[in-house]
Design a protein around this ligand. Structure first.
Ligand code: MOS
Length: 709
């Protein structure tokens, strides 16, 4: 019997791999329920105004039409999110106000998908459109009262004076645009009201428990009357971390027509009511001595929210972690714009904040004529801006190991000094960090007399490999083959789990599984007589079908006494064709220290995915709004550009082994988000090195390279 987990777990193949590639893994839109009918959302075509009339006469002629719900006939509902929910205030056909482009204004329900699409397209909506606020200069500006329960600002000492007195100063504004999540699987919901009044929902959600609570809240029913199932989802990146309007509208439609209803968002509707990463405007001011040591730092972020709900992109928090000097300040400010409500998107805060901080550090290195790796090493810290010691911090190892593998020392620091034929060569780097979150979670482990092990938790596998990693935890700790473990996830009737977001699922549920295994093992040991029998033999001898272990894990006092974060570093080589303004990535080497790694293969895939997401953020992705109407102009994947194979260079990931006994029971820090953090800055820094042009406004498109002096 093995009692511990290896620091880096075996690169086991995905236990759900065969089901995924054979199309037998069921997604939310793939439950062929008897009597199922189809709902299609009708969405607004202006970003601000009122509905003056909705003409459904032509739509009613479509055969198979069951109903068209609009604000004129929809059941009355509470649109407010309950305080403990992760959902936002929703738009549920309760009034005639248009709050954002592509807001749901109706739902067509028909016997077939085609009939529902046809009917939705025939609904004629008239608006009294108003001038929207889509730019920061035009929206209502305010300081939020808190970020996720924490103060939105921190001020230590006198950073203004410290920066003013410093030998070298950097003070610039960095901006990032709106980005939309585009998981392969669009949002989808299949809802059925059962004869006992309970609701069953097959949902594309990152969290079945929070999802169930949201339905219970809006429909005014007890949460035990809501059964949410999310066995497989095709990515989420944060947009499926929250239950949005369309999902509740699907359940509303099912009630309205008395049939099971399926509602799937079309790709353009993925730019509607399901969140996005808000645009940011960040002032980053640094003052340093000639030795490179930071004397003062200010990181002030302005981000956007909607007119009817609040989401804060916590861009400045990363400055509290990487190199905070004694004289230090961060702050966050919001502007209300006529858009849907933004939300969590891969490394919310750190993705955008790292672009500002790690670009500014590069600018400081240039001003000091100091190597940017050396500058970061000199500013390594032992406590965060709150004075908390790190539970573990391997930034130094990440920087040096990735620099070595990349062969950073061949870089000549002068911009425009390296060439390959007619291409300018740029080498750039940046550091990364992401918090090691966890939340309370539970798990059940059942060891059966036939030798099988069943593990249950409500947690959702986003597509990250959670089924596999959790199976490995149970198999390792029980000392049984991986194939003996049956991992069951994604059902709110299983022991509770938090949303698979904030890179917290593995730490949260993995810890619960460990405790559940220890509980089951203790029960088995009590039955053992020391003959060295297998679990199956022990259970058979006692005439037992199985034993069950239960694990309830939750964060403890360590969250108040330690700063707990994963760290990383990226090194990028790229070529720039100066006559065209095009950038060709050549190579990325990244090192990460994220505590214990449960599966080297799926973990590396997460890092690849995060880095690839960072390439999109740096060079390609951007949502464009028409300032006159607030209409999104590129709500499709032909004009909203994401990296394709040809855009992604060879990526080499170094896993820096790290043992952290404080962070949680299994020592994992989370890997889903840190991969994107710092990538945009590393690319921007490489572009500067290649060209001498400092682009502080993402994405770095050819026209910017051609026009910036
Ligand atoms: Mo992640 S953006 O917290 O799902």
């Amino acid at each position: 019997m093995s009692g511990t987990l290896p620091l880096v777990g075996a690169p086991a193949d995905r236990v759900d791999g065969r089901r995924k590639v054979t199309g037998t893994a069921p997604y939310a839109a793939e439950y062929p329920l008897a009597g199922l009918v189809y709902a299609v959302m009708i969405t607004a075509t202006v970003g601000k105004g009122r509905l003056t009339s909705i003409d459904v006469r032509d739509a009613r002629r479509v055969p198979g039409l069951l109903a068209i719900m609009t604000h004129e006939n929809a059941p009355r509902m509470d649109t407010k999110a309950a305080p403990e929910h992760t959902s936002q205030e929703l738009v549920l056909l309760q009034d005639d106000i248009v709050r954002y482009d592509r807001q749901p204004v109706g739902v067509a329900i028909a016997d077939t998908f085609e009939h529902a699409v046809d009917a939705a397209g025939r609904v004629i909506v008239h608006y009294a459109a108003e001038q929207p606020a889509i730019a920061f200069a035009r929206g209502e500006r305010y300081v939020p009262s808190a970020i996720f329960g924490e103060p939105p600002a921190l001020r230590n000492g006198n950073p203004d004076a410290a920066i003013a007195a410093a030998a070298v100063r950097i003070d610039n504004v960095y901006t990032t645009p709106v980005y939309h999540h585009n998981p392969m699987e669009p949002h989808a919901t299949t809802a059925v009201w059962n004869s006992d009044g309970s609701l069953t929902v097959y949902d594309a959600t990152q969290g079945v428990d929070t999802d169930a609570r949201t339905y219970a809240h809006h429909f005014g029913i007890p949460v035990d009357q809501v059964h949410v199932i999310a066995k497989f989802i095709g990515g989420g990146f944060g947009c499926k971390g929250t239950t949005w309007s369309h999902a509740v509208l699907c359940a509303m439609a099912a009630k309205f027509v008395g049939r099971p209803v399926k509602l799937v968002l079309a790709r353009p509707q993925m730019f509607s009511s399901v969140g996005f990463r808000p645009q940011t405007h960040q002032r980053l001011a640094l003052g340093a001595g000639l030795d490179g040591r930071l004397r003062g730092q200010i990181h002030a972020a302005t981000t956007q929210t909607s007119t009817f709900a609040e989401f804060i992109e916590p861009s400045a928090l990363i400055s509290q972690v990487l190199y905070p000097p004694a004289d230090f300040a961060i702050s966050h400010e919001l502007v209300r714009l006529n858009t849907a409500t933004p939300t969590f998107m891969r490394a919310p805060g750190e993705s955008t904040g790292s672009f500002a901080l790690e670009s500014a550090m590069d600018e400081l290195a240039v001003a000091l004529a100091m190597d940017p790796v050396e500058l970061r090493l000199r500013n390594d810290v032992t406590t965060d801006a709150h004075g908390l010691p790190f539970s573990s911090r391997s930034l130094r190892a990440c920087l040096t190991q990735a620099a070595d593998r990349f062969d950073w020392k061949r870089r000549t620091p002068q911009p425009r000094s390296m060439r390959a034929g007619d291409q300018l060569v740029g080498l750039g780097m940046a550091a990364a960090t992401y918090p090691a979150h966890r939340s309370a979670a539970s798990a059940l482990v059942r060891v059966a007399a036939d030798g099988s092990v069943t593990v249950q938790s409500a947690g959702v596998d986003l597509g990250t490999g959670a089924y596999t990693a959790f199976s490995q935890v149970a198999a390792e700790l029980l000392g049984v083959p991986l194939a003996n473990v049956r991992m069951e996830l994604g059902d709110n009737t299983y022991p509770t789990a938090p949303v698979a977001g904030g890179s917290q699922l593995t730490a949260s549920v993995g810890s619960a599984i460990k405790l559940a295994v220890l509980d089951a093992r203790a029960k088995l040991l009590a039955l053992d007589d020391g003959r060295g029998e297998s679990y199956a033999a022990i259970l058979t001898r006692h005439g037992l079908a199985n034993v069950e272990g239960r694990g309830d894990a939750k964060p403890g006092n360590e969250t108040k006494t330690y700063a707990m974060h994963a760290f990383g570093a990226h090194f990028v080589e790229l070529h720039v064709d100066e006559s065209l303004g095009t950038i060709h990535l050549q190579r990325i080497v990244s090192a990460f220290a994220s505590g214990r790694i449960l599966n080297a293969k799926t973990a590396t895939s997460q890092y690849y995915g995060g880095i690839t997401f960072g390439i999109g953020m740096a060079l390609l992705e951007q949502t464009h709004f028409d300032a006159r109407t607030a209409r999104i102009m590129n709500a499709n994947l032909s004009e909203y550009l994401v990296p394709t194979n040809a855009d992604v260079p060879p990526i080499e990931v170094i896993i820096v082994p790290e043992e952290d006994t404080i962070v949680n029971e299994i020592g994992v820090k989370g890997i889903g988000e840190i991969g994107i953090v710092g990538v945009a800055a590393a690319i921007a820094n490489a572009v500067y090195h290649a060209t001498g042009k400092r682009i502080r406004d993402l994405p770095i498109t050819p026209e910017k390279l051609l026009t910036v002096a």
